[in-house]
Design a protein around this ligand. Structure first.
Ligand SMILES: Cc1cc2nc3c(=O)[nH]c(=O)nc-3n(C[C@H](O)[C@H](O)[C@H](O)COP(=O)(O)O)c2cc1C
Length: 185
């Protein structure tokens, strides 16, 4: 059975990102995957301060919720990263989360992330898909660096208010299918 972590990087619970990530998760569950949801807004994840202790000891000096998430990531087959566009980047919550992936860049921990599949889900207000360009690039480059595989993305323009994404059934259908494909890999 595939293990998938579904990470919601919007502080807005039941917002567009949450709905989109949940739809991907639903598709994966329908194909037998076990999915665990992480709402970053409900967790305490501090900034990476670049001490590089993880390079020497394979553990992180910060004592926060990320300590419990590292083993979950290591045990997972795939990760769903959901973030809305905030000023052409990801949310601060998502950036703090990704920064802590320095842990996986250390020689002793690299094997815990290498080869994992990832998908991204990125809703935003503007109609021009280019508004998500930097977010997509950030994930693409970071996954490449960490030797992860970006296997799909849902870019969702034109959604502003909480729940607007529900008016985009074609995007939700694509999200569901992506979840199914992720579980089938
Ligand atoms: C602080 C902040 C910055 C934002 N910056 C952008 C932006 O640069 N471009 C854009 O298209 N939408 C921007 N938005 C709109 C959100 O991306 C949009 O409302 C999205 O649907 C929110 O997703 P959520 O419901 O999961 O929180 C911003 C919203 C906030 C609160």
């Amino acid at each position: 059975m595939k293990k998938i972590l579904a990470v919601v990087g919007s502080p807005r619970k039941n917002g567009n990102t949450h709905i989109l990530v949940r739809k991907i998760a639903e598709g994966a569950k329908a194909k037998g995957a076990a999915v665990e949801e992480l709402l970053l807004g409900e967790l305490s994840i501090k900034e990476c301060d670049g001490c590089h202790r993880c390079w020497k000891t394979e553990s992180c000096t910060k004592k926060d919720d990320m300590c419990g998430i590292y083993p979950k990531i290591a045990e997972s087959d795939a990760i769903i990263f959901g973030t809305p566009v905030y000023w052409y980047g990801p949310t601060g919550l998502m950036k703090l989360f990704i920064d802590r992936f320095v842990y996986f860049n250390s020689p002793g921990n690299r094997g815990k992330i290498k080869g994992k599949s990832a998908v991204i889900a990125v809703p935003f207000e503007e109609e021009n898909p280019k508004a998500a360009h930097l977010v997509v690039e950030l994930f693409q480059k970071s996954f490449e660096y960490l030797e992860m595989k970006l296997v799909g993305k849902i870019i969702a323009p034109g959604v502003s208010e909480k729940g607007d994404i529900l008016q985009k059934p074609e995007l939700l259908a694509r999200a569901y299918k992506l979840g199914q494909a992720l579980a089938d890999r």
